[in-house]
Design a protein around this ligand. Structure first.
Ligand code: IVH
Length: 676
């Protein structure tokens, strides 16, 4: 067989493997016997071994330890399993604390205490106990729904099966990390790339007996749903966990003040290499549960916790070339192509150079010998270059003044908020007039948090674009499937699957829809705010005619930067056309305002002036939690004007004229049966 034939044979096998996986894992309808499945897997792995040029993200070599090896049933987490935001520097920690303090409107001298817990790099699990008995164990899954791996978890010695303590809650989800100690991993090195993969792989064994063979450990650190938990802070909870028989991390501490957090961070980092388990940072959690509750979550991470990541692994390699990538918002990002090198178990061949200023500041040149750093899941970057090792006739890198894709001028914008010129240079083309921007926008459109079209990944977007099958988002819903079927790597079945995934996504929430448009500065949170404001697709689209941009300033979280960006979006005729076309092929669901029967049902509020000990953001979320609404101006629709310190006179006057109830902070809190 020549190279082409080998490729094609390999591709066919991978497609088959994917098809079998889908049938087994997603449709619960296996197409072949276990033996045939295993044989195919073996053949693919053999091909890869013999022909090093073969690779595929769908290869069994890439899914080892990730894909469930049996069809575990799925189960919803009663309380979602959140993820954590990251901090890398002192500055990030100062900001984290500042945000908390602002949200809670704390006085300057109030110290916030944190439970600090080394972050073990394993697999999180949620263990439900009912009446003291281990009842069910779930993997994290997507945070909302996990796999039922009860039997496998039950093989772990560190997981108590019966807890008799009187103060153990009637029902509770105990959450923590399943991991393998480094000393135990030594024997598994052949089979798995790292301890984390080994833990994940063995947790998902078909037969719990196989899980039992691998010495998994469990450390507990938080909880989900609970009924009858009698503690009011995290550190006390950790203490209770060990009284109840769970292992907790011996390096957990209670600390206040950013400088003390950093002192502890440095101390733990020094101990890191001597520990028998991998940690990749320290988790800080606001200790007090009532504060945690008030702070709540942003997107899928709590406001009250953050992971302070350890700085990474470093390595030295050579810069072979500097390429310019163009992002969805037109940002030109320089990327160093480096001589491939293993950094902490991962082969790195690309490193980001961030932006033009960074290249100039560090005088990074093609041919340089550089220190490359890889921290956590973040894209590796160039830390510094060794000038002594520089080749003689190297020259400074000149950043392109024209977009390498469409040739338009590249510009650096003036940021009105920071009053500085942006470090990032951008293509000045409007969205879909630059090919590269278009491709990136399409990738965003189909991505997980947007339309989430199964099997429509980045590679497929690029492939379809090249074949001129898609140019604009609506093209995705009008694909010529008969043409795709004839393309290399596609067949009847894979096209059917694609068609099915696309058709399934023809109904979408307004929130996801707005997010998917990829408007600059409109991320998930802002898309949610906008969707709640507009309620329907047509209201959103009409913005270009109604021009009611100024109303948006009243949405907490939307500022001038975002409004400007939305204006720019609607000023592009092509975007309106795309909205029109999408309207024809999609059903965008209206936002249903779930007016539950809270205490403030049918009551609207407006705050004016500074409140004491509580921020506007918190008042707003309190009102919404209790089914009330907040409005942005005094009209006869307003029920209550809450006044704080130095209220706007005009608002108070109009409220008086309209005979609207004017209340102060204490009266407002009383309505919620709270005291200030
Ligand atoms: S708390 C509510 N505590 O980190 C916050 N997580 O990025 C989420 N992790 O999925 C969990 N050690 O796998 C928490 N002491 C600790 C942790 C910890 C490790 C992992 C966990 C989670 C991920 C969040």
């Amino acid at each position: 067989m020549n190279k082409k034939e080998i490729h094609s044979d390999y591709k066919k096998k991978i497609d088959k493997f994917k098809e079998y996986n889908k049938a087994y894992f997603e449709d619960s309808n296996p197409k072949v016997s276990d033996k045939n499945y295993d044989d195919l897997k073996k053949k693919i792995l053999e091909l890869e071994k013999n022909y090093k040029f073969l690779e595929s993200k769908d290869s069994p070599s890439n899914v080892i330890g990730h894909k469930p090896s049996k069809n575990f049933s799925k189960s919803l987490h009663k309380v979602p399993m959140l993820s954590l935001g990251n901090a890398f520097s002192k500055e990030d920690l100062v900001n984290f604390e500042k945000k908390i303090s602002n949200f809670l409107s704390l006085r300057k001298n109030v110290e916030i205490y944190y439970s600090t817990e080394p972050k073990i790099d394993g697999i999180s699990a949620s263990l439900t106990y009912k009446k003291g008995k281990f009842y069910k164990g779930l993997s994290r899954g997507d945070g909302k729904e996990g796999e039922d791996i009860t039997e496998n978890l039950a093989t772990i010695n560190d997981i108590p099966k019966i807890i008799l303590s009187n103060d153990f809650p009637n029902e509770i989800d105990i959450r923590g990390e399943v991991f393998i100690q480094n000393s135990d991993f030594t024997n598994l090195r052949e089979k798995f790339a790292n301890p984390r993969n080994a833990a994940s792989g063995s947790l998902r064994q078909k037969d719990p007996k196989d899980t039992k063979k691998i010495p998994l450990k469990f450390i507990a650190y938080t909880f989900g749903y609970e009924k009858g938990l009698l503690v009011n802070n995290q550190f006390e909870y950790l203490k209770k966990l060990s009284e109840w028989g769970f292992k907790t991390n011996p390096l957990n501490k209670l600390i206040s003040g950013v400088s003390n957090l950093i002192k502890n961070y440095n101390e733990v980092e020094k101990k890191r290499s001597n520990l028998d388990f991998d940690i990749d940072g320290i988790v800080y959690k606001v200790n007090d549960f009532s504060m945690q509750k008030r702070l709540g979550n942003v997107a899928n991470a709590p406001r009250w916790a953050i992971a302070h990541k350890f700085s990474s692994n470093k390595a030295i390699s050579k810069i072979l070339d500097i390429e310019i990538q163009i992002g969805r918002t037109g940002a030109l990002t320089p990327v160093a192509k480096i001589k491939p090198i293993n950094i902490g178990g991962v082969i790195v061949s690309n490193a980001t150079l961030h932006n033009e200023d960074e290249i100039n500041r560090k005088d990074i040149r093609v041919g340089d010998t550089a220190v490359i750093e890889r921290a956590g899941d973040v894209i590796p970057h160039i830390l510094s270059v060794d000038i002594k090792k520089r080749i003689k006739n190297s020259s400074r890198f000149i950043f392109p003044k024209n977009c390498p894709s469409c040739g338009s001028k590249t510009i650096k914008e003036f940021n009105k908020v920071t009053k500085k010129i942006d470090a990032v240079r951008r293509c000045s083309s409007k969205d879909y007039y630059c090919d590269k921007i278009s491709i990136e926008k399409l990738k965003h459109f189909v991505s997980k948090e947007a339309f989430n079209i199964d099997g429509f990944g980045k590679k497929i977007v690029e492939g379809f674009w090249k074949k001129k099958l898609i140019k604009f988002p609506h093209d995705i819903f009008k694909l010529e499937y008969n043409k795709i079927e004839k393309l290399e790597g596609w067949g009847k079945l894979s096209v059917e699957n694609l068609k099915y995934s696309i058709n399934q996504k023809k109904q979408i929430s307004l929130e996801r829809f707005i997010y998917s448009l990829g408007i600059r500065h409109i991320g998930l949170e802002n898309a949610k705010l906008l969707s709640k404001h507009f309620i329907s697709f047509s209201n959103f689209k009409n913005l270009s005619q109604s021009n009611k941009y100024d109303d948006l300033i009243n949405l907490d979280g939307i500022g001038e930067t975002q409004i400007n960006s939305i204006k720019i979006f609607f000023s592009n005729y092509l975007n309106i056309k795309i909205l029109d076309e999408l309207e024809k092929v999609l059903t965008v669901n209206n936002v249903t305002v779930t007016k539950s029967n809270g205490i403030l049902k049918n009551k609207s509020f407006l705050v004016t002036g500074k409140l004491n000990g509580i921020s506007r953001a918190e008042v707003k979320s309190l009102i919404e939690e209790n089914s009330g609404t907040t409005v942005s101006s005094v009209t006869n629709k307003l029920n209550y004007l809450i006044i704080g310190d130095k209220p706007t006179k005009r608002k108070v006057e109009s409220a008086k004229q309209l005979k609207i109830k004017i209340i102060d902070q204490a009266e407002f809190l009383k309505m919620l049966n709270k005291t200030s």
